[in-house]
Design a protein around this ligand. Structure first.
Ligand code: MG
Length: 234
């Protein structure tokens, strides 16, 4: 039987960057496109969004031609800003969400599970955030926001990457997505995975539960209970 794969969302699920990610998106954008400086930055709906989706939205808003080069320039400036503020300064921003570190430790030590990411962050942005909150060593791969603008397409990419990295097959029926938005629930459904929703982001328990995830927890603070709930899903 295929081993179990747990795919974690990052923002609102593993960490709370207290808005630092948004500041870096803004700074990175104006650094990449200085001609837009002085024009107002539009409000972004970041919950469950992908960075490629955000790039497309900003390019439309500022009438920048969509191209792989423009996208790369934006992602590069964004990650540089994130790295300088997260990793090279003493400024403490945000936190690992309660229970996450012991839960990741427990899953990493358990041979029945492999863990990876399913996030709207670019791969580089994801690992900068994880390094900042000392959980990067738990992760090797996943599906990322620079793989596709549509989060619903990221599940199969994460499965394929995990198979490549660990040299074994993972199947959707034995895969669990853990996330804090409706988009995490939908993207799990899109490839036939199970989903555990947590209300540690900006979406209320009521809204998440109404979407009928396979399991719901208000947070991961009781990591042993979380582990029990995860085991019961397989
Ligand atoms: Mg999230």
């Amino acid at each position: 039987m295929a081993r179990r794969l747990i795919l974690f969302d990052i923002d609102g699920t593993l960490v709370d960057t207290m808005g630092a990610g948004l500041v870096s998106l803004q700074n990175g954008f104006y650094t990449a496109f200085p001609e837009c400086e002085g024009r107002e930055f539009p409000p972004l709906d970041l919950g469950g969004a992908t960075d490629s989706g955000v790039a497309g939205f900003l390019f439309d808003h500022f009438a920048i031609e969509h191209s792989p080069e423009a996208r790369e320039r934006f992602f590069h400036s964004y990650a540089d800003d994130l790295a300088s503020r997260f990793l090279k300064s003493d400024e403490i921003r945000g936190r690992a969400l309660p229970g996450v570190l012991p839960l990741l430790d427990a899953l990493s030590k358990d041979d029945r599970y492999e863990i990876a990411l399913l996030t709207g962050n670019t791969m580089r942005g994801a690992f900068i955030k994880l390094e900042r909150y000392e959980m990067d060593h738990h992760f090797q791969t996943g599906g990322f926001g620079d793989d596709h603008a549509d989060r619903n397409r990221l599940g199969p990419i994460a499965l394929a990457r995990a198979a490549e990295v660990h040299r074994e097959t993972f199947v959707a029926e034995n895969t669990l997505v853990v996330g804090d938005t409706l988009k995490d629930i939908y993207c799990a459904r899109a490839f036939g995975a199970k989903v555990l929703a947590v209300s540690t982001g900006t979406v209320s328990a009521e809204v998440l539960e109404a979407a009928a995830p396979d399991a719901f927890l208000s947070n991961l603070a009781e990591s042993e209970e979380a582990l029990t709930r995860i085991e019961a899903l397989f």
